[in-house]
Ligand binder design. Structure first.
Ligand SMILES: *[C@@H]1O[C@H](CO)[C@@H](O)[C@H](O)[C@H]1NC(C)=O
Ligand SMILES: *[C@@H]1O[C@H](CO)[C@@H](O)[C@H](O)[C@H]1NC(C)=O
Ligand SMILES: *[C@@H]1O[C@H](CO)[C@@H](O)[C@H](O)[C@H]1NC(C)=O
Ligand SMILES: *[C@@H]1O[C@H](CO)[C@@H](O)[C@H](O)[C@H]1NC(C)=O
Ligand SMILES: *[C@@H]1O[C@H](CO)[C@@H](O)[C@H](O)[C@H]1NC(C)=O
Ligand SMILES: *[C@@H]1O[C@H](CO)[C@@H](O)[C@H](O)[C@H]1NC(C)=O
Length: 341
């Protein structure tokens, strides 16, 4: 008796995962933090999760999935542009070692470029890459697949929380360590067959409600955090340019959440936002976006969903800038060109 529903469920799943009939890439592999996680953290014991309402309130069927926003995140919108229905599924949700036709998402909320950033709670970047190395990729052309990485914000936040007035020397040391780790991660993926990288930079984290509240009594953005994000992003840009001239066949596109979100903050009306400063969910409370938090009705008019993460609407806008846009939103080519090259 149970067999028929199980078969139907399996059919439904295979339809919904492949969804669109014309994926433009063989597969998408995703690495990074809560801006990219689509449910891996649901499987971890000791980490901040987003698998309860009101997270996911605007996802199909109002389903909380572990995405750290009210609906789809930026990776979902990028995947849709590439002809998938949404991000590939979270690694920890997959049956062991079946080859997945659309790719895999290894991202883990709270993780950083540095393994020391919440390293024993999350799936570190090193471990995400290790998981990729042992993933069954039979029948997938890796050289034409897209490798998305959205990371670095948690490293910046952790560094500034530990030292709110860092010296130039301390900043330089931090940036050098961060960049050399990032370079190692990208080289590791290259050595495993990756060629096309879609990298997303660190957004204006100093403008998140938590940073405004903690560090700027006027309620404006916390410049120390934003300046560090800008510094890190500049170094990532140089590092990628350097790497692509030494790693044969490497192609990349660097999308800027920093430019896209800063632009929305500076010109809210242009994108139809009414509030680019406060959190839709839990905005009134220090506890943040909890199960019992109140949340705004007009979610499409808010840039920020919770204390730190953009709304689905903001992600969608940012991805338009990154996928088919131009500098400063995306360099040296856009994601569409990366896919089509
Ligand atoms: C990898 O996946 C393919 C296709 O699903 C399957 O036939 C094969 O047995 C898998 N390989 C391993 C080692 O599990
Ligand atoms: C977790 O990481 C912290 C900081 O890196 C370290 O001090 C601590 O010993 C680690 N805990 C475990 C259980 O590994
Ligand atoms: C999964 O299968 C691949 C071969 O397709 C193999 O190389 C890899 O070691 C396997 N991973 C695990 C965790 O069993
Ligand atoms: C915190 O900052 C101090 C300098 O202010 C530094 O010595 C220490 O290593 C930092 N700790 C971490 C975990 O980054
Ligand atoms: C706080 O905001 C004001 C107004 O925008 C700005 O001039 C100041 O530099 C900010 N302070 C910090 C610590 O970021
Ligand atoms: C890029 O390469 C130049 C020239 O080799 C070097 O001076 C610079 O430090 C490199 N920068 C990064 C971020 O790798």
């Amino acid at each position: 008796m149970a067999l028929v529903p199980v078969l139907l469920l399996a059919l439904f799943f295979s339809l919904s995962v492949s969804g669109n009939a014309h994926p433009k890439v063989p597969a998408i592999y995703v690495f990074g933090d809560s801006t990219a996680d689509v449910g891996n953290n649901n499987y971890l014991p000791d980490v901040g999760k987003a698998n309860f309402l009101p997270y996911g309130i605007d996802f199909p069927h109002s389903r909380p999935t572990g995405r750290y926003t009210n609906g789809y995140n930026g990776i979902d919108f990028l995947a849709r542009q590439m002809g998938l229905r949404m991000s590939p599924p979270p690694y920890l949700s997959l049956p062991k070692n079946t080859s997945n036709r659309v790719g895999v998402n290894y991202a883990s909320g709270g993780s950083g470029i540095l393994d020391s950033t919440q390293g024993n709670k999350t799936i570190t970047m090193t471990k995400q890459i290790k998981y990729f190395a042992t993933t069954n990729k039979s029948n997938i052309v890796l050289s034409k697949s897209i490798f998305l990485i959205s990371a670095g914000a948690n490293d910046v936040i952790a560094f500034v929380l530990n030292n709110t007035a860092p010296s130039n020397t301390q900043i330089e040391r931090f940036c050098n360590t961060l960049i050399s780790n990032y370079k190692n991660h990208i080289e590791a993926l290259y050595n495993l067959g990756a060629r096309k990288f879609g990298i997303i930079d660190v957004g204006p984290v100093g403008c998140c409600p938590f940073a405004r509240r903690l560090f700027n009594h006027s309620g404006a953005c916390f410049n120390v955090m934003n300046d560090l994000a800008v510094g890190v992003n500049d170094d990532v840009k140089k590092m990628l340019s350097n790497l692509s001239s030494t790693l044969k066949g490497m192609k990349y596109s660097l999308g800027s959440y920093y430019a896209a979100l800063s632009n929305m903050i500076a010109n809210p009306e242009a994108a139809g936002f009414k509030d680019v400063q406060s959190a839709c969910c839990g905005g009134e409370s220090l506890a943040g976006c909890t199960r019992t938090a109140t949340y705004c009705e007009n979610r499409n008019e808010y840039l920020l969903w919770d204390d730190i993460h953009p709304t689905q609407r903001a992600y969608e806008e940012a991805v338009l800038d990154i996928y088919s846009g131009s500098p400063p939103f995306v360099t040296p080519i856009n994601f569409k060109q990366l896919v089509e090259e």
